[in-house]
Design a protein around this ligand. Structure first.
Ligand SMILES: Nc1nc2c(ncn2[C@@H]2O[C@H](COP(=O)(O)OP(=O)(O)OP(=O)(O)O)[C@@H](O)[C@H]2O)c(=O)[nH]1
Ligand SMILES: [Mg+2]
Length: 293
């Protein structure tokens, strides 16, 4: 949190995400009722750093005005032209809630929500299960959802040989010119990450049912993703997971990169994650305007 931010007090107090390791706090998830956001390190279209835009940055200033907890991590930086559709990869272990998060984001950000133009690519090994699920639940028109069958380890298709996914994304972009394309990886392990040749930013989803040790085990997904989502907080009491421990361990490994706690059962619009995406989009648009001007 920036030193000039109003200091929260009492029950609404949010820990300093920038500099102070969080203390164990069983109510940690409550502090993410406001969205986390990141402060991108702006680059021009060739990847050269632009001067740091501090608190005169409009999107950032609005986040300050809303009292949003935030970090100044150099993450979620546009690697491609900031005027191109924002591509967000969603990875994480099997069953952690990736498809549920995609559905939530389509509800919150799509035509029924914030009115953004959306498209989705799902990945399964031999089926089209997740794409079918999203179509069945009507989160977007069917033609905006492409199910890729990877036929191999999910991480291969999002990191090593991204051709199938890239084709699917580009086809959707050519057809619909969406604001945001979500790419859901097949369920994998803690090492799975997306190539930044495929997506602009990546969310890694773990859930509390695997135990509160999961963030501590680290791995590239937990450590380097642009946003770590710890989902199914509603199950924490049932499995004896301490959300404070998860928050402390994740913060220790991730430094300034943000963490959001969600229960998609209780918050079907994934409020903090949707806000993070909107923040990212606003920052990209400002960068696009700055580089056009
Ligand atoms: N209790 C609870 N269940 C959830 C939550 N989010 C997702 N689920 C359930 O968890 C199960 C798995 O969710 P998915 O969204 O399919 O998980 P996934 O990560 O896409 O799974 P794969 O694509 O197979 O790796 C489903 O039955 C969801 O309804 C949550 O926040 N709380
Ligand atoms: Mg899925």
């Amino acid at each position: 949190m920036h030193p000039q931010d109003p200091q929260p007090t009492g029950a609404e107090r949010t820990p300093d995400l920038d500099h102070t390791p969080a203390q164990p706090d069983v109510d940690a998830h409550l502090r993410f009722t406001e969205p986390p956001h990141t402060h991108p390190a702006p680059q021009d279209r060739y990847g050269n750093p632009l001067p740091h835009q501090d608190h005169d940055d409009d999107a950032h200033a609005r986040a300050h005005a809303a009292g949003v907890p935030h970090t100044h991590a150099p993450v979620a930086t546009p690697r491609r032209s900031p005027s191109a559709p924002l591509r967000i990869g969603i990875g994480g272990p099997v069953g952690s809630g990736k498809t549920a998060l995609v559905a939530a984001l389509c509800r919150a950000l799509g035509p029924e929500g914030a009115g953004l133009d959306m498209a989705v690519v799902t990945n399964d090994i031999y089926t089209t299960e997740d794409g079918d699920f999203l179509v069945r639940h009507g989160v977007l028109p069917a033609e905006r959802i492409t199910a890729v069958q990877t036929g191999a380890c999910p991480h291969t298709a999002i990191r090593d040989d991204i051709a199938m996914n890239l084709d699917a994304v580009e086809e959707l972009e050519d057809s619909f010119h969406p604001d945001v394309v979500l790419v859901e990886s097949g369920g994998d392990n803690l090492t799975a990450t997306f190539s930044y040749g495929l997506v602009d930013a990546q969310i890694f989803v773990v859930d509390v049912a695997g135990g509160d040790k999961v963030p501590r085990k680290g791995g590239p997904g937990v450590i380097t993703s642009d946003l770590l989502v710890i989902n199914k907080t509603d199950l924490a009491p049932l499995v004896g997971a301490d959300l404070g421990v998860m928050d402390r361990d994740a913060s220790a490994l991730r430094g300034e990169r943000p963490v959001a706690f969600t229960s998609l059962r209780e918050d079907p619009g994934a409020t903090p994650v949707a806000a993070w995406v909107r923040q990212l989009l606003a920052q990209r648009r400002e960068l696009a305007a700055a580089s056009a001007g």
